[in-house]
Ligand binder design. Sequence first.
Ligand SMILES: [Fe+2]
Ligand SMILES: [Fe+2]
Length: 259
Amino acid sequence: MTREITHMKAFALALESMGKPAFSIGRIAPTPGLVDQFFNDSTGAGEHGEIDTRGPWNEGNGWVFTESPAIQAEPGASAIVTESSPPAEQAGLTDLLIDELRDILHAEKQLTKALPKMAEAARFDQLRELFEQHLVETENQVERINECFELLGKTARAKPCKGMMGLVEEGQEVMTEGEEKEDAAADLALIGAAQRVEHYEISAYTTAKNLAQQLRHSAVVALLSKSLAEEENSDQLLNQVARSLMSVAKMPAAIEQVE
Ligand SMILES: [Fe+2]
Ligand SMILES: [Fe+2]
């Protein structure tokens, strides 16, 4: 209980710092079938057994009680609900995963070229440093994709990612238009372009990770999860810089109002 209180305190304060309600847990709502399960992991009656106590913490209120899932695999024992469906039609899924990885590889390679330009265009140090830091991460992400291909026994070959080409092109436009803008407005527009890129990458990595998960390829899942976490972190950092720039950008308007 003491440990749980520590966790809840830390989570609540972290959520507060992000401007979220104290009990909003993650971006994805808890899956009803999963969170309602209680697994009775005690050894039950017998010489070394424990008393299987039932109460409101595992009984009624929608709880699904599952008897010692690890100990008895008897037929008729209640089935454990898991997140993914049983592996099926593996070949088709592997092809899909390879296809996703080829697309991501091309997307990331385009970004290793676009990010230095974005860093150069950024007017505020905070944003420039963020782009520079994400360039290093992006280079590692290219390496991770290559590792994924190796683990899957395939040649690392990129496939033109038209979505990212469009986003990079839009980013280029934003930078050209930004030349005419004042510093905060130019950087805010640049952040907008960068966040579109991050969200595109987040969806690509999520799809690839889900496919790898279904294929039970834990090493590939681990690599993709790492890159996915970096993209999500980068998106959050861009949010933070945008928030501080918005307060800077507001100032001239406030002065005008006073006048
Ligand atoms: Fe990336
Ligand atoms: Fe990224």
